[in-house]
Design a protein around this ligand. Structure first.
Ligand SMILES: Nc1ncnc2c1ncn2[C@@H]1O[C@H](COP(=O)(O)OP(=O)(O)OP(=O)(O)O)[C@@H](O)[C@H]1O
Ligand SMILES: [Zn+2]
Length: 389
């Protein structure tokens, strides 16, 4: 394989970097990279990978562009709102570099398609935002021997690591054998994220991909060591701390052949990642401990506790509601109202409110119920002008 005159010109500025050079460029050209998620991480990662001259890039994303994505999802634009993210990204990427072949998969990565898609690539970037997909990507990649560059970001902080490096490095399950409880996981639509923070992580992911493909980690003195980088953009000096991580777990259920329980067959036939990770709405209360939003709307001056974070509460809330974020509420021994007061708990989607009801009952507020479906249902059924945060 060689480069055309056009390619020498296009990639000239990186070709003359002594750490990189022609050999690395040729490796990029012959490589196939899969990016799962064309959102906050995927957009900047894709932009740099396409700019750098990866031969073929696959993009998996079932979602369409929303105007609230545009502060960070830099390949999309006001004109492409409503378009599939895959297609919006491809359109912009081909303008940046028409020499790269871009394959789109406008579908959610699932146990039905993950092996068929991954098999066609050399490296995977996990640019998604849910634990279920993170585990699915990990398991599929490990079972196919693929390295995964993994990133995440929330609020003002980001994280980066490389999983299953060269099929010998530790995988996600080596560190997190089971998913965290659903109530402790905040999606970026719940917790928010600053565009440049997630953008930086996406850019770092593309750099790691370039280093892996070009063989950097096989050069003398640069041997790969498992690591986790943590970036914090909101302290006076900004900080990037990188921790060395241990190697593979001797008990890992997927990457250690001796203790492997998760096989391709298990992934495809026995695992329901979404349910296992608790992504589904959960019901921890019985029906008589909950109230539909229509009935709640008819109450006269109810005592309402809103358990969302204070940032969300300060943007919009129901009149007469008081804000006690779930974590703070769980530490309370009493509220400032008598124990006999009927208490109505509300949150964004009706998950956290159930956990709050459990606690309030435990501390003696027997007449506590939660509003089913939370403010999202309020907005859908009662007040369409109420924005959901
Ligand atoms: N299983 C999956 N397969 C493919 N893409 C996925 C999957 N799960 C999530 N994604 C995509 O990963 C991207 C993650 O982007 P990001 O974290 O910036 O959030 P978002 O979902 O676009 O927006 P918000 O969280 O604000 O609603 C999204 O475009 C989402 O559709
Ligand atoms: Zn493992």
């Amino acid at each position: 394989m060689s480069l055309s005159l056009n390619e020498y010109t296009r990639y000239g500025r990186q070709l003359i970097v002594s750490e990189f050079g022609l050999d690395s460029q040729l490796r990029l050209k012959s490589s196939r990279v899969l990016v799962v998620g064309a959102g906050g991480l995927g957009c900047p990662a894709l932009q740099y990978l396409v700019g750098a001259g990866i031969g073929t890039i696959g993009i998996v994303d079932p979602d369409t562009v929303d105007v609230s994505n545009l502060h960070r999802q830099i390949l999309h634009s006001t004109e492409t709102v409503g378009m599939l993210k895959c297609e919006s990204a491809k359109q912009q990427l081909q303008k940046i570099n028409p020499l790269v072949e871009i394959v789109t998969y406008p579908t959610a990565l699932s146990t039905d398609n993950s092996f068929d898609i991954f098999e066609q690539y050399d490296l995977v970037l996990d640019c998604t935002d849910t634990p279920a997909t993170r585990y699915l990507i990990n398991d599929t990649a490990v079972l196919l021997g693929l390295t995964v560059v993994s990133g995440s970001g929330l609020k003002t902080e980001g994280q980066l690591s490389i999983l299953n490096f060269d099929n010998v490095g530790p995988c996600y399950r080596c560190f997190y054998p089971t998913p965290p409880p659903p109530s402790s996981v905040t999606a970026c639509s719940d917790g928010g994220v600053l565009g440049p923070v997630i953008g930086l992580v996406g850019v770092m992911m593309s750099l790691e991909a370039i280093k892996i493909i070009s063989g950097y980690y096989h050069t003398e003195g640069a041997e790969f060591q498992p690591f986790l980088s943590m970036y914090n953009g909101y302290n006076p000096l900004q900080s990037l701390r990188t921790f060395k991580m241990r190697g593979r777990s001797a008990k890992c259920r997927v990457c250690n052949p001796a203790t492997r329980e998760i096989t391709k067959h298990v992934v495809q036939n026995e695992l329901d990642y979404a349910v296992w990770c608790g992504k589904m709405e959960y019901n921890v209360l019985s029906a008589d401990e909950r109230i539909p939003v229509e009935r709640f709307a008819e109450l006269k001056e109810p005592f309402v506790v809103d358990v969302r974070a204070k940032e969300q509460f300060s943007i919009v809330h129901l009149p007469n509601s008081v804000n006690i974020p779930l974590n703070a509420l769980r530490r309370l021994e009493t509220l400032e109202v008598p124990k006999s007061t009927p208490v109505y708990v509300i949150c964004r989607f009706g998950n956290d409110s159930q956990l709050a009801v459990k606690h309030l009952k435990k501390i003696g507020y027997e007449n506590t119920v939660d509003v089913i479906g939370g403010l999202n249902q309020w907005s859908q059924k009662i007040d369409p002008l109420f924005p959901v945060y």
